[in-house]
Design a protein around this ligand. Structure first.
Ligand SMILES: [Zn+2]
Length: 449
């Protein structure tokens, strides 16, 4: 690497650094504006070939850039459309030498031709990324799986637009984030073109390839319920609840932030459902009409506001995604005639009070990032805030949060500052107790005012 030290403040403000929770991912020296992926995939042989064009902007002066790419081989790299550029590839990334120094603030373009048999990568969070199903594919990348199918700057804070063109056998449906702009068939293959104009984090770019039927969904936006024919009745039984859920969340959180919402039910059983941009993925085992399946539907829908629209600047603030999505489950519980939100909170408080109190919510560490206590204590933190500030101020805080940080990224500090501004008084003590100390605080009494 021959990168020069940053010379003063780079374009866009503070100097970006590697995310301490995923230090081997991403290159903080630049931001991506847009990915253009042109891919050919054979389901029968799990063979992926393609070309990725990455439109980027330097944040520091650059002589070389890195792109994450795992398990696939680059065969040619070009910079700014010129002659093939020099590059090196190791197990995790491509290091590309730029033909000329790129100044901070300058735009540049990298084109990578690549291919191979994609598969999930091993990570401390398990196997993530492109995954073959019995008859198709799903992509579940959170948090570091995106490089298993396209070369990228795999940073949670680096949101970009996407154009994804994917050609595969015509028996399969392809579902990707954004709007379907084209679908053309010939010689037994179909090319699907999706365009996502809303800035999207790499881990939220999912692809589904399968033998899916699709029913349009009326709410929250354009979108569809996709399911294998054999799961038709179970999948369809869930759709009627969605409009009421959307109405509730729009009242509580503000307008639905994306252009579409797709629910995908895979033919395979999955360990957990997962959110993606404008999309949620459920396994065949997740939709049985029970409270457990309803809460998962609510949780993934709520991520469209918390995580997908208001994104993370760094992984340590993951409670801003998971605590909020979990609180949405408790709101839905009350609205749908189940336990009240307060009963849910008390029940979960009692449960996690019996667990080891060795987790600091504002910095749980990478190994505990997806620990259930992050979800539940995160939701309890919001409930505590609501008890102290009252319903009106609390929901105004949530709506202001989603409005002011829509389609960008934010930190815990940003949330505290905003909550204090909306409430009109200091809440530092409350947040310190819930976020920065391992002991579980008691739920506060409800404010009178
Ligand atoms: Zn979640």
């Amino acid at each position: 690497m021959s990168r020069k030290a940053p010379n003063g403040s780079p374009a866009g403000g503070t100097v970006a650094v590697a995310d301490p929770y995923a230090p081997q991912s991403g290159d903080p020296g630049y931001r991506v504006r847009e990915y253009r992926l042109s891919l050919r995939y054979k389901v029968a042989t799990n063979r992926l070939d393609g070309e990725a064009t990455i439109l980027a902007k330097a944040l520091t002066p650059l002589r070389s850039v890195q792109l994450d790419l795992v398990g696939l081989t680059a065969s040619r790299v070009k910079v700014d459309g010129a002659h093939p550029a020099r590059y090196q590839q190791d197990q995790r990334r491509l290091t590309i030498r730029l033909p000329r120094e790129v100044e901070a603030g300058q735009r540049f373009e990298v084109q990578v031709r690549y291919g191979g048999s994609p598969q999930p990568r091993n990570s401390r969070w398990g196997r993530v990324g492109w995954e073959e199903l019995d008859d198709g594919v799903l992509v579940a990348s959170q948090p570091v799986g995106a490089p298993t199918w396209f070369p990228c700057n795999d940073r949670v804070a680096d949101k970009a637009r996407y154009r994804i063109e994917l050609t595969t056998e015509e028996a399969y449906t392809v579902i990707a984030p954004g709007t379907l702009k084209g679908r053309t068939s010939g010689s037994g293959r179909t090319t699907w073109t999706y365009v996502e104009e809303i800035p999207t984090a790499t881990y939220l770019v999912s692809v589904h390839i399968g033998r899916y039927r699709s029913d349009p969904l009326a709410k929250p936006a354009v979108g569809a319920l996709h399911y294998p024919a054999e799961l038709r009745s179970a999948a369809r039984a869930t759709a009627p609840k969605l409009p009421a859920m959307v109405d509730l969340f729009q009242r509580c959180f503000g307008p639905y932030p994306l252009d579409r919402y797709d629910m995908v039910v895979t033919p395979d059983r999955l360990e957990i459902p997962l959110e993606a941009q404008g999309m949620a993925t459920f396994g065949a085992n997740h939709l049985d009409g029970s409270w457990e399946s309803d809460r998962l539907i609510a949780h993934e829908l709520a991520h469209q506001w918390f995580g997908n629209s208001v994104g993370l600047s760094r992984w340590r603030d993951i409670w801003l995604n998971e605590g909020f999505a979990c609180y949405a489950e408790w709101l839905w519980s009350q609205a749908s005639g189940g336990l009240s939100t307060h009963q849910q909170a008390k029940q979960h408080w009692t449960r996690i009070a019996a667990l080891p109190q060795d987790l600091v919510l504002s910095d749980p560490g990478p190994d505990l990032m997806f620990d259930d206590r992050v979800y539940k204590r995160g939701a309890l933190t919001l409930h505590a805030l609501r008890r102290v500030t009252g319903d009106e101020t609390f929901f105004k805080t949530l709506r202001t949060w989603t409005a002011e940080h829509a389609h960008t990224t934010a930190t815990t500090g940003d949330f505290i500052a905003l909550a204090e501004r909306v409430a009109g008084w200091r809440l530092g003590g409350l947040f310190t107790a819930w976020l920065d100390q391992p002991e579980l605080p008691r739920l506060p009494r409800r404010s009178e005012g």
